[in-house]
Design a protein around this ligand. Structure first.
Ligand code: 13P
Ligand code: SF4
Length: 306
């Protein structure tokens, strides 16, 4: 079956829109109406006039769309598409952690479950994290969750010491090997290293540019260099190559070269076939209990207002 053609027909019939993250496989990105980083996708989910949103990404992203658009049907092609970073911060344990630091403002990365967002004052993404932290008065203590690498990076950028950080991480970004990136630099001395802030500190220290997926992509379009070592999930290379056909992009290697762990297994669960089936059957839908949704919405809107 020509899934792309069938999806296009169903989208029209049902007034549906497909939002896809840069880490999904190329044919899913090509079928999408809008591709973006987690911030742009949440803004898009809040703004779209479509009746159905198919979220080609991981579960927390689809949840965020539902929180922002409760009147719309939000479909997730594979509900098993989770996120190791979101899973590293279970809401019950986070509630206990929060109770140990009364009076702190809670900032959570969007890579969290809706229950953690409900315990949060203001969300952030890797695009706006510095802005979010700087919007909080300097003498106000902060809890940052769940990514320890992004948290420590923010601490070093903002010089903010009154920040306690939850000890979570993403399995993809934890696995990149500094040694192997340095070996690649010897092989391609002219290459620039581009890293996502979920990477470990030594990698961020040697990177020429650190940013969200959208920021890394923009950098490759504006920067005059020709070769880049890309230290984030390999799905982003599709748009980088498409938008810069004359440039060379080298995916950074993980510690174990045989593990394929610079791929996010969860993002790769989203296929055209699953998008087609979920549009056809209008299942599975993201369902969130209304009280939790309202609490979580406050933290996301606080971010979008900035
Ligand atoms: P972005 O906010 O850069 O899209 O990152 C999302 C993500 O899951 C990174 O691993
Ligand atoms: Fe989550 Fe990591 Fe996958 Fe991003 S790459 S969705 S943080 S598991």
């Amino acid at each position: 079956m020509d899934y792309a053609a069938e999806i296009a027909k169903l989208k029209k019939e049902k007034n549906a829109v497909i939002l896809a993250h840069y880490y999904t496989v190329p044919d899913v990105q090509e079928a999408a109406d809008f591709i973006g980083d987690s911030l742009a996708l949440s803004e898009m989910a809040a703004a779209t006039a479509a009746e159905i949103i198919v979220f080609a990404g991981v579960h927390f992203m689809a949840e965020t769309a539902k929180v922002l658009s409760p009147g719309k049907k939000v479909l997730i092609p594979d509900p098993e598409a989770g996120c190791s970073l979101a899973e590293s911060c279970p809401a019950e344990e986070f509630a206990k952690f929060k109770a140990r630091y009364p009076g702190h403002t809670v900032v959570s990365y969007v890579n969290t479950t809706v229950d953690v967002k409900a315990l949060t004052d203001i969300c952030c993404t890797s695009s706006n994290a510095v802005r979010v932290i700087e919007s909080i008065p300097p003498d106000q203590p902060v809890i940052f969750a769940p990514d320890r690498n992004l948290g420590n990076y923010l601490k070093s950028l903002t010089g903010r010491q009154n920040m306690v950080i939850w000890d979570g991480a993403c399995h993809v970004h934890e696995e990149f090997s500094l040694e192997r990136i340095l070996d690649l630099k010897k092989e391609y001395p002219e290459a620039k290293v581009l890293a996502h802030p979920e990477c470990k500190a030594p990698i961020l220290l040697i990177a020429d540019f650190v940013g969200s997926t959208a920021a890394l992509l923009k950098y490759t379009e504006e920067d005059p260099s020709h070769t880049y070592i890309v230290v984030t999930e390999s799905g982003i290379l599709h748009q980088m190559k498409k938008n810069n056909p004359r440039k060379t992009f080298i995916p950074a290697p993980p510690i174990d070269s045989t593990c394929g762990c610079n791929d996010c297994v969860y993002m790769k669960m989203v296929t055209l076939e699953k998008i087609y089936t979920c549009l056809l059957t209008e299942t599975p839908q993201v369902v969130i209990d209304e009280q939790t949704r309202q609490k979580a919405q406050g933290s996301i809107l606080n971010m979008l207002k900035l």
